[in-house]
Design a protein around this ligand. Structure first.
Ligand SMILES: [Zn+2]
Length: 174
């Protein structure tokens, strides 16, 4: 840590204190060059990364946008808000764990899809069909069969497979 008075890099920590909330450390330092004292703070960087959109532009991270994605995908479904909150919290934690200054909107979209897949298969299909912008009907069919595979969704395993066709059409109609 460079001395702000003389620029010397020879400084000595003479006192360290963790803040009351425990989220920062305050260090009192003494410069070996000019003997002046100064204080530094150490905090965890929890800033969210910038989001790189498909067209290459950068926008600020927006938890609201992610929530809006869930809300739209889960419209009139049976998923408690609490589960959505937890899903968003997991996404935020994943993004923090990456530790990157920038993240692509595609990466975020994949995380949202992974969470929706666990929460609600219909919501997953709705989101994925918009997100992946299926190029042809076969893509869409293969996704449906992926979701409908017996044992694929343990939570909903009691529900009838006959609902599949209806689901498919409701997705296409929006
Ligand atoms: Zn100094």
């Amino acid at each position: 840590m460079k001395c702000p008075f003389c620029g010397s890099t020879e400084t000595q920590v003479i006192d360290s204190r963790v803040s009351e909330s425990g989220d920062s450390i305050r260090r009192r330092r003494r410069c070996a060059g000019c003997d002046k004292r100064f204080t530094t703070f150490e905090v965890v960087e929890m800033r969210m990364p910038q989001v790189i959109k498909q067209n290459g532009t950068r926008v600020d991270w927006s938890a609201e946008k992610i929530r809006a994605g869930f809300t739209k995908a889960l419209h009139k479904r049976f998923v408690p808000t609490e589960y959505v909150d937890q899903a968003i919290a997991r996404i935020v934690a994943n993004v923090h764990a990456l530790g990157e200054r920038e993240i692509t909107s595609r990466q975020i979209g994949e995380m949202v899809m992974a969470e929706l897949y666990k929460l609600d298969k219909v919501g997953y299909i709705r989101f994925a069909s918009v997100y992946r912008a299926f190029s042809d009907v076969e893509d869409f069919k293969s996704m449906l069969s992926e979701v409908e595979r017996p044992g694929g969704g343990r939570k909903n395993s009691g529900r009838g497979q006959s609902a599949a066709g209806r689901r498919g059409r409701s997705v296409q109609s929006g």
